[in-house]
Design a protein around this ligand. Structure first.
Ligand code: FE2
Ligand code: FE2
Length: 187
């Protein structure tokens, strides 16, 4: 089966049509950003389509995988297991889909929290996921985030993460987002 077909198949056979719809929207946004910022649109497309593939498991299953593999578990992940989904999606992308491209794997792995030393692929997928909200309507930051993203991925990341911190929107800040925020603030 071709890669794109097998990606679709995993969402559909696990009864996740909504997630499949969401990741396709994220892919569309990511391709738009890739074109604006001279990134490889094939890479951002695959990263976007796989970023939430761990939706095929429960948060408890994700946690069990992290423990059984001796992965570092952040206190925020310890408390909210679903925060592991970005890192578990990376594992599925590698092990079930044979993805080896580090730009793709890294972008999947940090799509919720970003991380320090994030590159443009990480930032493009991170922002695409925030613009393509998986809930009803548009998030309050939508217009501004979208227009910033068209010009600068760094500005967009800073704007979004700053918004989360300023409005106390993080259940419990994950180390990676705190580090990403500190780094973006310094720039
Ligand atoms: Fe996600
Ligand atoms: Fe997502």
């Amino acid at each position: 089966m071709m890669l794109l077909d097998s990606i679709k198949e995993i969402y559909i056979s696990n009864n996740k049509p909504k997630t499949w719809e969401h990741v396709q929207e994220v892919a569309e946004t990511a391709i738009w950003l890739a074109e604006r910022h001279s990134l490889d649109s094939e890479k951002v497309k695959i990263a976007a389509l796989l970023h939430d593939v761990s939706a095929i498991m429960s948060p408890q299953e994700m946690y069990d995988i992290a423990i059984s593999r001796n992965m570092y578990v952040d206190p925020a992940e310890e408390k909210y297991h679903f925060l592991l989904h970005q890192r578990i999606s990376r594992i599925i992308a590698e092990e079930r889909f044979g993805i080896i491209d580090e730009d793709i794997l890294s972008a999947i792995e940090c799509h919720t929290t970003l991380k320090k030393n994030a590159d443009m692929y990480d930032k493009a997928v991170f922002i695409s996921d925030k613009i393509s909200w998986d809930q009803e309507g548009h998030p309050p930051y939508y217009e501004e985030l979208k227009s910033l993203a068209a010009e600068s991925l760094d500005e967009a990341c800073y704007f979004y993460i700053n918004y989360l911190f300023k409005n106390n929107m993080l259940l419990m800040p994950h180390l990676w987002i705190t580090e990403a925020y500190d780094e973006l603030k310094r720039q």
